[in-house]
Write a protein that binds this ligand. Sequence first.
Ligand SMILES: [Zn+2]
Ligand SMILES: [Zn+2]
Length: 334
Amino acid sequence: MLSCDVPPVAITTAETSSATVTSAITTEIETSMTTETSIASATSAAAVSSATTKSSPGVGLVVGVIVVPAVIAAFVAFLLCRRYRRKRQTQQAKAGYYNEMSSPVVWPVQSSWTPQDSRCLMCRMNPKNNGFDFCGPSCRDGARNQAPLVLEVPQGHTTFTMVEHKFQQSWKVNTPCPQVKNVYRIILDSTSVESYDSYLWAHGNESFRYHGTERTCAIGQDGYTTLCMSPSCKACSIIRTSFEISLSNPGGAFGQGIYTSSATNKSARYTHSGIMFLTKVVLGNIKTVSRFAEVIGCPPGYQSVVFDRYGGNWNETVVYTNDAIRPVFMIAFG
Ligand SMILES: [Zn+2]
Ligand SMILES: [Zn+2]
């Protein structure tokens, strides 16, 4: 036990000794620091003394605290402004539609659209995606969320020119072709679009056809796009819920169906108010006939009946399912 008691004493002694050494070193360091502090203080005092002999302390304070930070801040602000301006100019150059001084077009001021304009029909600013009427999925979905929606296509727009050209080319008789006054893009809701697409996938053979109809309100007249609630207004009904077989005449020449034509002169005979729809139609398997009442309804195995009367100049195209047809454009003519 005693032998065990000895080492702690020795250690204590050693620790004490070590502590003394440490203390001595610490004191030495502190002394050294004190000396350095003294030297630094002396140097600083000398510098201040030297500065005091050159200028007054008030001017130095103003320069150091106010002027220098202000100059730096102004320089940074200048750099940021220049960077923002260049970025904006680059974006405008890419858009390619309006210069730095103009603002985006306000709809429906038609005069603000330039000939051969091809802007998105929804945002009216970005270029439309080729083959479509919107600049991208964002505007397309935004339009569908507001469906049923009627968007005016201004005169001079590439889409207006395309519809007008098709209308004139489809006028198959020698009588003067009426003037296309207004063109409107019809936007249907997603459910309506999807059910048509499903039918198209199932049967194929999509084509464009015309359908003349009546309106009892001012829809389509001089840019008027608000739908009425009248059940007798066929134009608004078609825009709202597309075509409805059950509302069609059961005594039609080829039975109860939706009647369209590839000839605008033929469709024009079914309207007194100058309203026609350019529709997309799924023809599927076509039953071609050569006289009226050759079939009264859609024969089994077919999806449409076509009668190319007078070489197609008075074409009759009939489909028998709601999902086989959707309105795409409404045309006001006269
Ligand atoms: Zn857009
Ligand atoms: Zn109406």
